[in-house]
Design a protein around this ligand. Structure first.
Ligand SMILES: Cc1cc2nc3c(=O)[nH]c(=O)nc-3n(C[C@H](O)[C@H](O)[C@H](O)COP(=O)(O)O)c2cc1C
Length: 373
């Protein structure tokens, strides 16, 4: 399964695992793929701690770090991270705060304990710059990936000067073309069915169009992959690897609460929705009373990014911490793709990797078997 991009990176298997969980990063990389740590929810100090933990365990294997610098956002241009957060917090209307709080209290979600009020959300260049600086001090971190836009030229130059690769997610062709113009090394092309921020065009349509539009740049296929059959389908369209997010959420090593795991296991592929209700940009997540409440005509509209994220930061952390209490799951933020319908068991990352590779070979054999000479 090794592709040119894998060779360039020195890994055996073109399976990239996006995750917010350090354990998943280490286990996927050890199993021959590449774990990529989503850093958007970490302060620079927290990221340092996570990367120390990874570096102590990952040995000679490599990993990546993912940032989220949107193309456009409120407060763009403010270079002081503290001032930016202050400005954003002040811009959130009281009506929105009350609406969010009522949804939580109506569903019995306990308040966050006093004393830990640090809000860590890095949806800006000023904040992401500090995360990139930290990641680039790590020899085993071999790539930076950016979500939500083309990374600014100074970040591209900094990553390249350090001898690493830089890529970015793209949910539309024009985003991929802009990434290529900016000198990125690869594109992660995410179809609409994927978890997290996603556009309108589905993977089956978008992947082959992207491969053609940005050639010869390597493309990784994201959105809707949870089996080896789906990997083979993606590879047949010319991509050089696959990038999975949802499938790791229920892995043994993932930091998921039992109630969250239960939500993933019960959900079918019809139970997700693209909603602006948590981050302000359209993201795919489990449909619930929270997503429906923000969608109604008579309720406040979600705020632009990153204001909605700051507004819902408290909801996100409370619904994770108290995932199992009361009716929390009805208002919890559970970003996941339509592939959630294929999450039916708890597997270790190593087993998921083995299963994906075995299924891939079986699917290849199947094609040979059904196409006699
Ligand atoms: C829980 C969750 C959180 C995500 N957060 C981010 C993020 O912070 N940055 C990013 O680049 N992609 C993020 N994504 C998108 C993934 O990187 C990936 O493209 C997507 O999950 C692929 O589709 P799949 O969910 O069908 O595997 C997230 C996905 C999920 C499921």
């Amino acid at each position: 399964m090794q592709t040119k991009l894998c060779k360039q990176l020195g890994v055996d298997v073109p399976i990239f695992a996006f995750t917010h969980c350090r354990d998943v990063v280490v286990e996927v990389s050890k199993a021959g793929g590449i774990g990529v740590l989503g850093a958007v929810g970490f302060s620079p100090a927290q990221l340092k701690e996570e990367l120390d933990w990874i570096d102590e365990r990952i040995g000679d294997h490599i990993y990546g770090v993912d940032t989220a610098i949107p193309q456009k956002y409120e407060g763009q241009g403010e270079s002081d991270p503290d001032k930016l957060v202050e400005m954003l917090q002040a811009a959130i209307p009281e009506q929105h705060r009350q609406f969010a709080e009522k949804l939580l209290s109506d569903h019995g979600v306990p308040a966050w304990p006093e004393g830990d009020d640090e809000v860590t959300l890095s949806f800006s260049l000023a904040q992401a710059q500090l995360l990139v600086d930290e990641a680039l001090t790590r020899p085993q971190c071999r790539m930076i990936v950016n979500a939500l836009g083309t990374p600014p030229p100074e970040i591209v130059e900094q990553v390249h000067k350090s001898g690493r690769l830089i890529g970015a997610l793209a949910g539309r062709l024009k985003h991929g073309i802009n990434h290529k113009k900016a000198g990125l090394d690869f594109i992660v092309c995410q179809g609409s069915e994927g978890g997290g921020h996603a556009g309108e065009v589905t993977s089956m349509i978008l992947w082959p169009q992207m491969v053609e539009a940005v050639a010869p740049l390597p493309v990784l296929a994201a959105g809707g992959i949870g089996s080896g059959k789906q990997i083979l389908a993606a590879m047949s369209m010319g991509v050089e690897g696959v990038w999975l997010g949802s499938m790791w959420l229920n892995a043994t090593e993932a930091a998921a609460e039992p109630a969250q795991r239960d939500s993933y296991m019960k959900a079918s592929s019809e139970d997700t929705v693209r909603s602006r209700s948590f981050t302000g940009k359209t993201a795919r997540m489990l449909k619930n009373e929270w997503t429906e409440a923000w969608d109604r005509e008579d309720t406040p509209d979600p705020l632009p990014m990153p204001l909605q994220g700051y507004l819902t930061f408290d909801a996100t952390r409370r619904t994770h911490r108290y995932a199992g209490s009361g009716e929390t799951q009805k208002v919890a933020f559970n970003p996941v793709g339509q592939v959630v319908g294929q999450i039916n068991q708890v597997e270790s990352c190593k087993d998921i990797m083995m299963r994906l590779m075995t299924e891939y070979s079986e699917a290849l054999d199947h094609i040979t078997a059904i196409t006699p000479e």
